[in-house]
Design a protein around this ligand. Structure first.
Ligand code: PEP
Length: 247
């Protein structure tokens, strides 16, 4: 099954409006590749406007599960959509680690994302202690089943999953191509049980210190359908090299 490669840049709490709009305008997306950037929420609107008419989509880094109301400080999917977002990252390990995101909470956020017709990127991944303790498969299965509980395959038609081993995020340490492919194949097997035939269509991105010099090999694995890139998405030259590797 041919799946369109999807390269996403997670800018996290980096890049001002001026920096983000300049960067997005200098991205070059090869034919047949899907690309998106995820600016700070305050920059989503400006970056989406700067990217209008280009091949780069824009998304939010998280979203609250309610649309509006008395939720001081939160950002909802309807506001993200209004600002021009087409995608939302959910369950990033930094959200899980620092902000208490649980699988149940991610499940609620996912419902709101799908209700707005936005494309979710569900992040999953194990810590080093979990991998070393032989819990890789249990952790991934629990995270997938917990986040997707209660949805039909039809509702999840646009789902994207990002496998991001926590020990490889921002550390310069990348999973080997064999480790990545093994985990991705396992993720797809779990997805088969949860969403049936749709599993063959779900893009599974790899995330964790993806750089120009390792992107091609990782993206060459049969179940690696793209990349979720942090640090290397902050500079046009670095991100363009990864985009080129996906083409
Ligand atoms: C990420 O934030 O999802 C990520 C993979 O970061 P980095 O590429 O910097 O490891």
């Amino acid at each position: 099954m041919a799946r369109t490669k999807f390269i996403a840049g997670n800018w996290k709490l980096n890049l001002t409006i001026a920096e983000g709009t300049a960067l997005v305008k200098s991205l070059v997306v090869p034919a047949g590749v899907e690309a998106a950037v995820f600016p700070n929420a305050l920059a989503v609107h400006a970056v989406a406007q700067a990217a209008a008419g280009s091949k780069v989509g824009v998304g939010g880094q998280n979203a609250h599960f309610e649309e509006k109301g008395a939720f001081t400080g939160e950002i909802s999917t309807s506001f993200l959509k209004d600002a021009g977002a087409k995608y939302v990252i959910l369950g990033h390990s930094e959200r899980r680690q620092y902000f208490g995101d649980t699988d149940a909470l991610i499940n609620k956020r996912l419902k709101a994302v799908l209700a707005q017709g936005l494309t979710p990127i569900l992040c999953i991944g194990e810590t080093l202690a979990e991998r070393d303790g032989g819990k890789l498969e249990t952790v991934l299965k629990t995270q997938i089943e917990g986040a997707l509980a209660g949805f039909t395959a039809e509702q999840l038609a646009t789902l994207v999953v990002a496998y991001e081993p926590v020990w490889a995020i921002g550390t310069g340490r990348t999973a080997s191509t064999a480790q990545a492919q093994e985990a991705h194949a396992f993720v797809r097997s779990v997805l088969r049980n949860v969403v049936g035939a749709l599993a063959e269509k779900v893009r599974i991105q790899y995330g964790g210190s993806v750089k120009a010099d390792n992107a091609k090999e990782l993206l060459g694995q049969p179940d690696v359908d793209g990349a979720l890139v942090g640090g290397a998405s902050l500079k046009a030259a670095d991100f363009n090299a990864i985009l080129a590797a996906a083409g």
